[in-house]
Design a protein around this ligand. Structure first.
Ligand code: NAP
Ligand code: HSE
Length: 430
């Protein structure tokens, strides 16, 4: 083994930072065999120096609350950013790259929103900015798109990318936990972001989707232009009804290429129970890709948590240590990726699940059917719960495939009817 260890400056020692340090300690001999150099966490940046720590890498590891101790230390070989958020993390990455240090990060929010300028800065300095852990925790999807599938045109990508939402939906569906209980549990298990609204409102999945779009298509899809809907308005009633029809509800992130333009979004959708994506439960993530040469490929694994995410961070550290010359941060030669041509979500054609809350009286179903017929929407299945005549009842139906614009127009008219009590719930069916 060569003498000088690789000195790592670690920003953040929470769930992922501690996970990384634990793997470095437990797999030390194995890593020596692969790298021939020792990986040593020299300095750790935290917010609160007095906080008790469950694990300390080595007695010599220095804890600090000053950014300068990382970014200005010329003895560090690379910096690992695991604090999250948009401001301090940006400063750490920017200053590290400017001062000649390659960076590993798990920060999908920052990469989605300010990735292009950071990738340009890394390219300018011929440095690595690696981010395997930013998407789908332990699943090696970044490397897969950047290298293993680099020769393919990716026709579509359909994924479960938020462990917290998937865990919550699983707990609500299978154990009948209510939304709040499921969220508390997800936080306790370390899956949720520091601000869990990022998880449940779909933003975290959207951040990850923007990163995957870049890797798959070599185009920048502006985060602010992505249609995003989370699970925060999901009613447990629809989970039961979906189950009765043979479906489960999942938070889906999807992009499809159509004649050079991209149709993308994050939305809860019904997935047939027989499909592989429907069987992805708990904090697990999955990514289903269609490559024009390779065909369908699905990657599955733990999308959140200390060790799975630490594993992805460590793979980047090792890749950087082994790197020869070209840093290959985006997977494309252009360091400035062009903006994607975007297709409007209204053009998306899919089947839909609709739940109306309507008065149970003669003629109501006929009115709903007429409005949908006028929009060329064909009904495939229908179910009405029995109540006393005249009461408001849920009427659930599944449509055949129709453009979202036609569904929207029909629902606008239906939701204005006197016989309708509340806005119609609607989900796409995958
Ligand atoms: P976390 O548990 O909340 O830990 C954050 C760490 O950063 C803490 O050690 C905290 O210090 C430190 N920190 C926060 N703000 C700071 C500041 N302004 N200055 C210095 N230190 C600061 O977060 P995490 O779950 O490990 O997530 C870290 C990153 O990984 C995030 O970008 C997240 O999105 C991403 N990620 C997380 C997971 C996961 O499963 N958790 C999976 C994939 C990606 P103190 O310890 O002193 O409070
Ligand atoms: N909060 C994220 C999730 C962590 O639940 O998926 C992994 O990125």
């Amino acid at each position: 083994m060569q003498d000088k260890p690789i000195h790592i400056g670690l920003a953040g020692f929470g769930t992922v930072g501690t996970g990384l340090a634990r793997i470095l300690a437990s797999n030390r001999e194995w890593l020596d065999k692969r790298l021939g150099r020792e990986l040593k966490i020299k300095t750790i940046l935290v917010r609160d120096l007095d906080k008790p720590r469950s694990f300390i890498p080595e007695p010599s590891t220095r804890f600090t609350d000053k950014i300068e101790d990382l970014v200005e230390d010329q003895d560090l070989d690379l910096v690992v950013e695991l604090i999250g958020g948009l401001q301090t993390s940006y400063e750490i990455i920017n200053r590290s790259l400017t001062s000649g240090k390659s960076v590993v990060t798990a920060n999908k929010a920052l990469l989605a929103e300010r990735g292009p300028e950071l990738f340009a800065l890394a390219a300018e300095n011929n440095l690595g900015l690696y981010y395997e852990a930013s998407v789908a925790g332990g699943i090696p999807i970044v490397q897969t798109l950047k290298e293993s599938l680099a020769g393919n045109r990716i026709e579509s990508l359909t994924a479960i990318l938020n462990g917290t939402s998937n865990f919550m939906l699983t707990e609500m569906t299978k154990k009948h936990l209510d939304y709040e209980q499921a969220l508390i549990l997800a936080k306790e298990k370390g899956y949720a972001e520091a601000d869990p609204s990022l998880d449940v409102e779909g933003w975290d999945a959207a951040h990850k989707l923007c990163i995957l779009i870049r890797l798959a298509y070599g185009r920048d899809y502006p985060f602010s232009g992505l249609p995003v809907q989370g699970i925060n308005h999901v009613d447990p009633y629809d989970l039961v009804k979906a189950g009765n029809f043979g479906y489960v509800l999942k938070l889906i992130a999807q992009v499809k290429e159509r004649s050079g333009s991209l149709q993308a979004g994050v939305f809860p959708a019904l997935v047939n129970k027989d499909r592989m994506l429907a069987k992805v439960d708990g904090p697990f993530n999955a990514i289903l890709l269609e490559g024009n040469a390779v065909g369908p490929i699905m990657l599955y694994g733990q999308g959140a948590g200390d060790l799975p995410t630490g594993s992805a961070v460590l793979s980047d550290i090792m890749a950087l240590v082994n790197r020869q010359t070209f840093p290959n941060n985006t997977g494309f030669l252009d360091s400035q990726l062009k903006t994607a041509n975007i297709l409007k979500p209204e053009l998306t054609v899919s089947r839909h699940y609709l739940r109306f809350t309507v008065q149970d009286r003669p003629g109501v179903l006929a009115v709903l059917a007429r409005i949908m017929g006028e929009q060329n929407i064909s009904i495939a299945q229908l179910n009405q719960t029995q109540e006393a005549a005249g009461q408001y009842v849920p009427v659930v139906l599944m449509t055949h495939a129709a453009p979202f614009q036609q569904i929207k127009t029909a629902l606008q008219e239906i939701d204005r009817l006197d016989c309708v009590r509340s806005p119609t719930t609607h989900y796409r069916i995958l």
